[in-house]
Design a protein around this ligand. Structure first.
Ligand SMILES: [Zn+2]
Length: 325
């Protein structure tokens, strides 16, 4: 099935009370794991590519990997640029066959964010076929490839800004900051409480009041959550039990993401959880089979872990299983 943009998918997700998973990819095994999982769950899926992934794999390799996934499956797949930093990278992706792009001018002033987003929207919407555009208001803490914001420098989205922003830019969806964060260390220990039994950090709750206020002001409009890995502790434990050292890695609880998916959130970005699953599979394999040296054996185990994780996200967190009609 050919690539699609996110317009129809988000409309159905909004009305149906679920969200579409946007999973980051940068190699063949990750593309296969995500799309095979989505195929088995009969779920639409967004494959997203960051500037860092384009640098790592080269744009032409990624494009053909995603085309191969489209050939191999019959589910709707969106190819989306994650965190486009300027007009040029968005244009390059639109011209190169992406069906959706994000322009992230959230670190600029309100007026500059509007001007740059509008420029990308005009180019994307004039393109045939129509390319959807995600924009962002508010900033998340944490690190994701080239996007770095210190903890304490993040800012929640101001609900009173959203109507003017969407009206003046014409964007198709909006990423907002309600307390999610990029990376596998989403919260500093002092922001959390510590479970006295397990010693695991319990993160502060998401600001559902902001989400509700935003969706009241933008009825029917798709909202996006970035930085929404849950840093499932089973994978952190496998990694740490097999030679890894991830201290106080903590994410957003899946129950809160499920709740957001029932509301106006139509796209949930998941990257770190895939990295953790891949690393857990590889570390476990390496320790169990010190004699193995064929990358297909250990990377294959990593791929299996990523696939299982994506199926879990689709059925238990996003609620998008069976929606690929
Ligand atoms: Zn992000």
């Amino acid at each position: 099935m050919p690539l699609v943009n996110s317009k129809e998918l988000f409309k159905k997700a909004y009305d149906g009370g679920y969200a579409i998973g946007a999973f980051n990819c940068n190699n063949m095994e990750i593309v296969q794991a995500i799309t095979e999982a989505a195929q088995e769950c009969k779920s639409p899926v967004i494959l997203q590519v960051s500037a860092g992934a384009r640098k790592y794999a080269k744009p032409c390799y990624l494009k053909h990997l995603v085309e191969a996934a489209c050939e191999d499956t019959d589910i709707p797949i969106v190819l989306h640029l994650d965190h486009g930093a300027d007009f040029e990278i968005c244009k390059d992706c639109i011209d190169g066959g992406f069906t959706s792009v994000m322009i992230d001018a959230s670190s600029k002033s309100f007026e500059e964010n509007i001007a740059l987003t509008k420029k990308v929207v005009e180019y994307a919407h004039a393109h045939k076929p129509y390319v959807t555009v995600e924009a962002e208001l508010g900033t998340l803490a944490g690190i994701e490839d080239d996007v770095k914001v210190e903890h304490g420098a993040e800012s929640y989205t101001k609900p009173e800004d959203v109507e003017e922003f969407v009206r003046r830019t014409g964007c198709d969806s909006l990423a907002i900051a309600i307390g999610t964060s990029h990376g596998a260390y989403k919260f500093r220990p002092e922001q959390c409480t510590r479970d006295p039994k397990t010693g695991i950090l319990l993160p502060p709750p998401l600001r559902f009041d902001i989400l509700e206020e935003v969706s009241k002001r933008l009825p029917g409009f798709p909202i996006v959550l970035h930085g929404s890995s849950s840093v499932n502790q089973e994978y952190v434990k496998i990694i740490n039990d097999h030679g890894g050292k991830l201290v106080d890695a903590v994410g957003v609880p899946e129950s809160q993401l499920r709740q957001a998916a029932r509301l106006a959130v139509c796209k949930i970005n998941i990257d770190s959880d895939l990295r953790l699953a891949m690393t857990a599979g590889i570390r476990e394999h390496m320790e169990a089979h010190p004699d193995h040296f064929d990358p297909r054996q250990y990377v294959g185990d990593g791929r299996k872990y990523v696939k299982d994780l994506v199926k879990h996200k689709i059925t238990e967190v996003l609620g998008s299983d069976g929606k690929a009609e």
